[in-house]
Design a protein around this ligand. Structure first.
Ligand code: NAG
Ligand code: NAG
Length: 288
């Protein structure tokens, strides 16, 4: 996201603690590309379209401080090289906190790259990348960000793929409320094989479908973050199963890392001669 900040912004509809909202625009605002955001309130789906040079981006009207954020989506099919589909939390300030899921398209028949990152106080550089164990264009799959007082967990169809532990305020989003964003944008310059495969506009319009937005989260009202910063044990996202991975989840995560992970900043000794401070704590989260 850091690379293309201006291009990133979008929002979707949500369900809070089981209450169903009336319509997409009650909960979401358009960031850009209004004509390319197509909600269907009857099915609670949102379609994002990208036509030549115009993608689509929406975000929640309200910010949240901690929660579990899930959405299902079906990615751009066919030749999606140069496209990026993103689902992320962002504090919408210049020294941002940010938690990302980004999907970098590819040419026909070649795999999507799932790119994850985390920013704390404007500092990112914490990329981990994966291939998926299914075709994300064939059907809807469930992508979840759990963000609580102990850790951030990225899950795909309930399988944890990454954990980031809260070990120090400088490396963890702790105090800033974040908005939930959904965006489809063009990134020919870097997305596919480092920019070697640009978007093919003859394939446009590109299309992504999001549905089943499910947020169990603490909404920040009137900029007062204090209630959300209290560690209330009854909050669904603070339950024991989200504070530590189970033995089974650790095995799942280890399996994903072994078979599908293509890059991890914690092992990149060229960029980081000394591993960043959170890396050993993160590794402990999935050690058996
Ligand atoms: C999506 O995943 C989350 C977290 O694992 C889970 O709580 C939720 O029930 C799933 N949602 C759907 C619609 O499958
Ligand atoms: C696209 O597919 C090729 C393999 O065919 C792979 O090397 C590459 O990492 C994939 N993803 C991106 C975003 O380039």
């Amino acid at each position: 996201m850091a690379t293309n900040r201006a291009a990133l912004a979008v929002s979707i509809a949500l369900v809070l603690l089981g209450s169903v909202s009336a319509g997409f625009y009650d909960d979401y605002k358009i960031i850009w590309g209004a004509q390319n955001v197509v909600p269907n309130d009857a099915t609670r789906e949102v379609k994002l379209i990208m036509t030549e040079n115009i993608g689509a981006s929406f975000a929640t009207k309200d910010p949240y401080l901690y929660g579990a954020f899930s959405v299902k989506y079906k990615l751009v099919s066919g030749n999606s090289a140069g496209t990026v589909t993103a689902f992320y939390l962002h504090s919408d300030d210049t020294m941002q906190d940010e938690i990302d899921f980004e999907f970098l398209g590819n040419s026909t028949g070649e795999p999507y790259l799932m790119h994850t990152n985390l920013f704390a106080n404007g500092k990112g550089g914490r990329e981990s990348q994966f291939f998926l164990w299914f075709d994300p264009t064939a059907d809807f799959h469930n992508y979840t960000i759990v963000w609580n007082q102990k850790q951030v967990i990225w899950l795909v169809d309930d399988v944890p793929v990454r954990v980031h532990r809260n070990i120090h305020p400088s490396v963890y989003p702790r105090t800033k409320p974040m908005y939930v964003h959904g965006t489809l944008f063009e990134a020919s310059s870097w997305a596919t094989r480092g920019g070697a495969v640009p978007i093919d506009w003859t394939e446009a319009p590109f299309q992504v479908n999001y549905k089943d937005f499910n947020y169990q989260s603490c909404k920040v009202n009137n900029r007062n973050t204090i209630p959300c910063r209290q560690n209330v044990k009854s909050n669904p996202w603070e339950q024991p199963e989200f504070q530590e991975l189970s033995t089974y989840q650790k095995q799942q995560l280890r399996n994903v890392r072994a078979k599908y992970m293509t890059y991890d900043y914690c092992s990149d000794r060229v960029r980081y001669p000394t591993a960043p401070m959170e890396c050993s704590a993160n590794a402990m989260a999935w050690a058996l």
